[in-house]
Design a protein around this ligand. Structure first.
Ligand code: APR
Length: 246
């Protein structure tokens, strides 16, 4: 296993131009539930009822019935060692951006500068009628919450059946096509278009390093089994050791 870390670290030092694509698994150690793991959110709530735009437009109370899971305690969630390790890699000028499927804002809270939130963020909540912006968790009570104008509120996140923010997905595709290494971290890599990004990277010559507690991307060039909060700091330490010895 030590050799694997050394090989990955040396590749990252030599190639640089590294991009991370993260999923719910990177926030699991911050106490945020994943979606498809055992005990995950979609095992308890049908996403086509609780997280689809069609249902939301007919009955927003379904989505908002989950508000206590994410929104009420938004400020309580803290980045974990995995988020900070990616911030360190960015400061070491090895990682050039984080593309995240997560809406929890933890990469930004950890200090990463170049973060592409392709599924949006629960940080901003808008009125569907007058577009007034509210900041999580300071939003009106109620399921669903209403704006002072009477319109219903919706977080700036992508629900199933909704288009991804065009600028974000375009930037994510460009980064994936031009990077030399993609760290694929804590994602089941099955929800498109995010799941197309590692394929796009590999088709353009990038090496894929998967970091996950179980394999999700069999075509990865390297697979490091383990929790992101353990593996990523170890990769950073290995890079630091190699750099000092050079
Ligand atoms: N460290 C690393 N990987 C982990 C950890 C951990 N501590 N805990 C769980 N994992 C892995 C699981 O093995 C799984 O492969 O994280 C992955 C989580 O997969 P999902 O729950 O499917 O989450 P994600 O891939 O982010 O889902 C993608 O689906 O529902 C939509 O919009 C939602 O952004 C989400 C998208």
């Amino acid at each position: 296993m030590e050799n694997l870390y050394k090989k990955v670290a040396e590749t990252m030092i030599n190639l640089k131009q590294c991009v991370a694509l993260t999923g719910a698994g990177i926030s699991e150690e911050s106490g945020i539930p994943t979606f498809r793991d055992k005990g995950g959110l979609w095992g308890k709530y049908d996403p086509m009822v609780y997280a689809s735009i069609d249902v939301f437009m007919k009955d927003p109370s379904k989505y908002w019935s989950l508000r206590d899971l994410f929104i009420k305690n938004y400020d309580d969630y803290k980045p974990n060692k995995a988020h900070y390790a990616l911030k360190d890699l960015e400061e070491m000028e090895i990682l050039r951006c984080v593309i995240t499927q997560n809406i929890d804002g933890l990469h930004i809270k950890a200090g990463s500068k170049n973060v592409i939130e392709i599924h949006g963020s629960i940080r901003e909540i808008f009125c569907l009628k007058c577009n007034k912006k509210y900041e999580t968790p300071n939003i009106p009570d109620g399921i669903p919450p209403y704006c002072s104008c009477g319109g219903v509120l919706k977080p700036n996140t992508v629900l199933f059946g909704e288009e991804l923010p065009p600028e974000a997905i375009m930037k994510a595709k460009h980064e994936s096509m031009t990077c030399k290494i993609m760290l694929l971290i804590g994602t089941s890599a099955i929800v498109y278009p995010a799941a197309s990004l590692p394929h796009l990277a590999q088709q353009n010559g990038a090496q894929i390093v998967e970091i996950n507690i179980e394999r999700a991307f069999p075509n990865a060039d390297y697979y490091i089994e383990g929790k992101a909060g353990v593996v990523l700091p170890k990769i950073v330490d290995t890079i630091r050791t190699i750099t000092i010895d050079r």
